[in-house]
Design a protein around this ligand. Sequence first.
Ligand SMILES: Nc1ncnc2c1ncn2[C@@H]1O[C@H](COP(=O)(O)OP(=O)(O)OP(=O)(O)O)[C@@H](O)[C@H]1O
Length: 340
Amino acid sequence: MSGLKIRGVSKSFGDQLVLDQVDLEIPNGSIVAALGPSGGGKTTLLRIIAGFLDADAGSISLGGTSLVTGGRGIPPQHRGIGYVPQEGALFPHLNVAANIAFGVRRRGFDVDEMLELVDLDPSLKRRFPHELSGGQQQRVALARALAPRPSMVLMDEPFSSLDAGLRVETGKAVIRALRAADATAILVTHDQDEALALADQVAVMRDGRVAQLASPEELYRAPVDAAVAGFVGSVVILPAAISGQVASTPLGDISIPAGTSSGTAQVLVRPEQLVLGTAGVRAIVEDVSFFGHDATVRLILVDSALTVEARVPGTDVPAVGDAVGISIRGTGSVLGAAPQ
Ligand SMILES: Nc1ncnc2c1ncn2[C@@H]1O[C@H](COP(=O)(O)OP(=O)(O)OP(=O)(O)O)[C@@H](O)[C@H]1O
């Protein structure tokens, strides 16, 4: 383990509390995505870990070495941390090879090896940053961050300036390079798909705190509350009466994990769990958004007048005004219940 340990880190700017006693532990070699709304404190936390900013309180250690105690810490250059900012990270007057080798004093350092690590052709090494695509620039920035063999890499929305196709491709190449280097990493992102697809764990940051830290599957399946659920996809939230492992809802009985106390609660399922057919709870189709591969369907339940959203395959889309039956596949999760 002994990766990154953050304990009680707080930071205010003037009277604005931006980080409120943040605790976070990241095991060695693990990649964590920090996801959350704008202004949630993600960049501030990254800058404190890197040493560009002092905290007001708290401690941080990396690989057992203390970086910050009582808010203050050792200088950035002694932390063994690589930083990849949003864009414009490369020195424009240096070519790719010089950018990557900048600050590396190791003998036998091989630029070609670094380029291969980030999946770039070594023939690019004499080019200048303006002669590279955005995705290539970000990979060079990562190669430069990895070149001094840091114990940790911090990336602040490194793919946000790239278009959607390039973003996925670059993201995968970057993750492969981080894994090959066995680096522990934090990836700050606004993009839920990026967070779920690339990271081992996702930390949802909200109001200066980590609202939830969980694997992508766990976060999607069992978010701690409705707001966290909404960060990672569309939701169907149903009023429910809980008894044992069954939640009675306007969409019928839904299985839930064991250990939830009986009584009233809110149960969450995802739109793709609603199956439309002839059987099940009666509903009328109110609206359809067709996306080709799939479609979202807004329905009003006949008996309860509740509105819900279903996601159906693009080959099987009902029409507005159709009467359908809804059944649920899979299990639900109870909001606010401790994850199993
Ligand atoms: N140097 C600073 N001086 C004053 N306020 C700051 C400073 N840096 C950040 N803030 C404020 O702290 C809050 C958190 O900013 P931060 O950049 O950490 O959020 P974020 O979650 O990274 O947001 P985004 O997703 O938009 O990048 C914001 O309200 C911001 O205006």
